[in-house]
Ligand binder design. Structure first.
Ligand SMILES: [Zn+2]
Length: 447
């Protein structure tokens, strides 16, 4: 037993157990977080509620009521925040389709872009459209899970689903654009439409992004993030859930880990509970539209849900949205967005053929990690963990090099990853070394 222990001792030399470490805290990011205003969030929620419905098929030309008035208000509001924001409708016309889009309709996402030094993007999103069970059309309701999808103008306040994600997205657009910080990444604040009809606005946007070959490094989707009291009366104002699709070292999982890491540094009173699945059972969200196109994305959802207040006329401000809780969730988003936006891009850890740059050199029993330099990086941070654990256990910061050898460390027993760090300590997403899947080679048989 002596030899393995010795190996571990050598291996850990210079390493820090992750629980004792954390990213560097930038006081400018802390200042930005302090600007997130519960009072402003509350005012936005009440304004969104005042439109009575924001259903995709609701009125587009009634002053003060329906999706047309709502999206125009969101657009004008985001334009007012800062001349640095490029605010526009992201518009598509779609024909009648499926059982939820019962006529031709225009889908307009509302988008605010804060250009960075590079074109790679991080997103914060929510959906501003709403739905509620109609009181009429009983036959149609029973045939489609309780909804008459052709009824677009019934009362559907949607203050939590997803006025909360919309208000959070707008508030982040404001505080980030007004912060005076200049970011390496381009930051996009987007309020989607048509989510309730099947992630339509997000799917259309992700399709367009793919066609235009945009680089999207992460999507922070917020859907149902403002209510702190569950339907059974259990209250939790101290945590938020983050759902991410696997497998275990997918880019979405690295984004989830980065959220918890930055939250622990900047919003330590708020706990991020990571959930290793793409969403709740039977439920969906706009992040999945990006995942399906290969983009990393996660979903924030409140800790305790009240299903009785979702997709009903009871989804009102008075129904239980807590602006202070929503503000803490907004700060978790902002800490992650600002850190990743300021940091260099995550290092590339694969060769031109997609193979991980991880070998047993030089002895044949060592771990040799290589990576390609990230523009703007002044150092790199290596993370590792045993290969049957979800969380990084150890980290070690190295200088501006592109290689690290860990003597006598089995690359088979541990998972490794590398983040790029800039001169001010902003840490990128971790790029993990993933064991590639083996192609199937059929065995030939004789007749
Ligand atoms: Zn929703």
């Amino acid at each position: 037993m002596t030899a393995p222990r010795l190996c571990l001792a050598v291996f850990l030399l210079g390493a820090t157990p992750l629980a004792a470490a954390g990213p560097d805290v930038d006081p400018r990011i802390a200042t930005l977080l302090a600007e997130v205003s519960p009072a402003r969030l509350e005012a936005t929620l009440k304004k969104l509620e005042s439109f009575q419905t924001r259903h995709l098929l609701s009125s587009t030309d009634t002053p003060g009521r329906g999706i047309g008035a709502a999206r125009q208000w969101i657009l004008d509001e985001m334009k007012s925040y800062s001349p640095r924001l490029e605010v526009s409708f992201d518009t598509y016309r779609i024909p009648k389709q499926g059982d939820r889009v019962t006529r031709e309709v225009e889908v307009r996402n509302v988008m605010a872009v804060l250009p960075g030094r590079t074109a790679r993007r991080f997103y914060v999103s929510g959906h501003y459209d709403t739905v509620a069970r109609s009181v009429s059309g009983a036959a149609a309701q029973s045939a489609s899970g309780g909804f008459d999808w052709s009824v677009g103008d019934n009362l559907a306040p949607g203050v939590n689903d997803d006025g909360s994600g919309t208000a959070l997205t707008m508030e982040l657009a404001r505080v980030v654009a007004q912060s005076g910080l200049s970011f390496d990444a381009t930051l996009v604040f987007i309020c989607f439409a048509g989510e309730e009809q099947g992630l339509i606005g997000a799917k259309l946007h992700a399709q367009r992004a793919e066609a235009e070959k945009l680089t999207i490094d992460g999507v922070l989707n917020n859907d149902i993030v403002g209510n702190a009291v569950g339907g059974q009366g259990v209250k939790d104002t101290g945590s938020v859930r983050v759902f991410s699709e696997g497998p275990e070292d997918s880019p979405s999982r690295e984004l989830a880990r980065a959220i918890r890491r930055n939250a622990a540094a900047y919003v330590p009173e708020h706990r991020v509970r990571l959930v290793a699945r793409y969403d709740r059972f039977g439920r969906g969200g706009d992040h999945s539209a990006f995942n399906q196109r290969g983009y990393p994305g996660v979903r924030f959802t409140e800790s305790k849900e009240n299903y009785g207040h979702q997709h009903t006329v009871d989804d009102t401000f008075a129904g239980g949205v807590d602006p202070e809780y929503l503000a803490r969730n907004a700060r978790v988003n902002a800490a992650t967005l600002a850190t990743l936006g300021l940091a260099p891009a995550g290092p590339v850890v694969v060769d031109e053929r997609g193979r991980p740059l991880l070998t047993r050199e030089p002895s044949g029993y060592d771990a040799r990690l290589r990576w390609k330099p990230s523009s703007g990086a002044t150092g790199y941070r290596i993370f590792w963990r045993e290969a049957w654990t979800p969380d990084w256990q150890f980290e070690r910061t190295v200088g501006n090099v592109t290689e690290l050898v860990m003597p006598s460390v089995s690359i088979d027993d541990f998972v490794f990853g590398v983040a790029a760090v800039d001169a001010e300590g902003h840490e990128s997403l971790v790029s993990a070394y993933v064991n590639p899947s083996r192609p199937d080679a059929p065995v030939q048989t004789l007749p």
